[in-house]
Design a protein around this ligand. Structure first.
Ligand code: PHE
Length: 357
């Protein structure tokens, strides 16, 4: 009997020593010490033995059981630690990897410039709104104080739409030639004070290195009870610096637009030559053509006739005033990215985008 106990103990200990996983050890525990295992059964049946043997067999079996249990416990502890180490290595996170996959492709330059301009104006407290690309003669010209014989109304300068039975009435429609119609539409919708920028597509029948029949503008409008030309200058100086660099300057040149009075064109000091008109080499600056200044937009104080055209007492020109401006997104993109031909923006050659990714 004792021999059998020694055998069971030796076999158990050998199996435990050979086990390589905690799962295997659990199986061994059931096999050698479980309810159906031989050793515990021996122990359970000790009382059936002749009294003389009971003590010796019982003691040996008990020792064997305890020894096996201890061997399993010790090996489990050993393997559990090794298994945890292995799991930690396998699950290791490389915190130096980029958090997101590398972006594929890039935004079009016009989209980037438009978003940058929107962000700058949002930062100054303006809202961003959008308007229709097909307009009526009323919003595109009449309400904006264009005389009946204004040259922009000519079919050679404006795309007129053929009358459509699907559009109500016999109102003449066109593809808007500028974003300025949104000045009046915004004032019809919102009470003063208003401060909005309006990005969007506009259309004119022109096509050459600096004109495409469809292009983009951002309109700006700020109306309140005490807006002056000084506000116009302050806002546009800040915007010019955000776009072209903190040490830029602007100048106002008298101009004419039917819907602003006075009207000014805004020039920004050239960011290529620092406004000197000469490159470091002494060559004439090719960007500003030696003048030190670059025209970036048209603007002015909103003409009282435009405020009256809104037809709402809230926009009584005796009470409120403000300024408007319109800038070409393509023009800003060309200046910023040094493009010489506007049409490259529309050729969809991805190499252009990759250059500035
Ligand atoms: N709408 C004008 C243009 O397209 C620009 C402009 C807008 C001028 C607002 C003054 C005020 O040329």
């Amino acid at each position: 009997m004792q021999e059998r106990i020694a055998e069971l103990r030796a076999a158990g200990e050998a199996a435990v020593a050979a086990a390589t996983t905690t799962d295997q050890l659990e199986e061994l525990r059931v096999q050698h010490l479980g309810r159906k295992a031989e050793l515990p059964n021996l122990l359970r049946n000790v009382s059936d033995l002749p009294p003389a043997e009971r003590g010796i067999v019982g003691k040996a079996a008990n020792q064997a059981r305890q020894a096996l249990q201890a061997a399993i416990d010790a090996r489990v502890a050993e393997l559990a630690e090794a298994e945890l180490d292995a799991k930690l290595v396998a699950d290791r996170v490389d915190v130096t990897l980029p958090g997101k996959p590398e972006p594929v492709g890039g935004l079009h330059l016009l989209t980037r410039v438009r978003r940058d301009i929107e962000d700058i104006f949002l930062g100054l407290g303006f809202d961003v709104v959008e308007g229709p690309e097909t307009e009526t003669v009323h919003y595109n010209f009449d309400a904006l104080n264009h005389a009946a014989n204004h040259p922009a109304r000519d079919p050679g300068d404006t795309f007129y739409l053929a009358p459509s039975p699907r559009l109500s009435g016999d109102i003449q429609r066109l593809l808007r030639t500028h974003t300025s119609p949104m000045q009046v539409r915004t004032m019809e919708e919102q009470d003063p004070p208003v401060a909005v920028v309006v990005p969007g597509r506009v259309y004119r029948p022109d096509s050459d290195a600096t004109h495409t029949p469809q292009f983009h503008q951002v309109e700006g409008l700020w109306i309140d009870v005490d807006i002056t030309l000084a506000d116009l200058k302050g806002v546009l100086l800040s915007v010019a610096r955000s776009i072209f660099g903190a040490d830029r300057d602007i100048r106002l040149r008298p101009h004419f637009f039917p819907f602003t009075e006075p009207s000014v064109e805004i020039d920004v000091s050239c960011h290529l030559c620092g406004g000197t008109g000469r490159l470091r080499s002494g060559e004439r600056c090719p960007l500003c053509k030696g003048t030190g200044w670059i025209e970036i937009l048209g603007s002015g104080m909103v003409d009282p006739n435009v405020l009256s055209a809104v037809g709402r007492p809230e926009y009584d020109p005796e009470r409120v005033q403000g300024f408007a401006f319109g800038m070409g997104i393509e023009r800003i993109a060309m200046l910023r990215y040094g493009l010489t031909d506007l049409r490259t923006l529309y050729e969809n050659d991805v190499r252009l985008l990759e250059q500035y990714a």
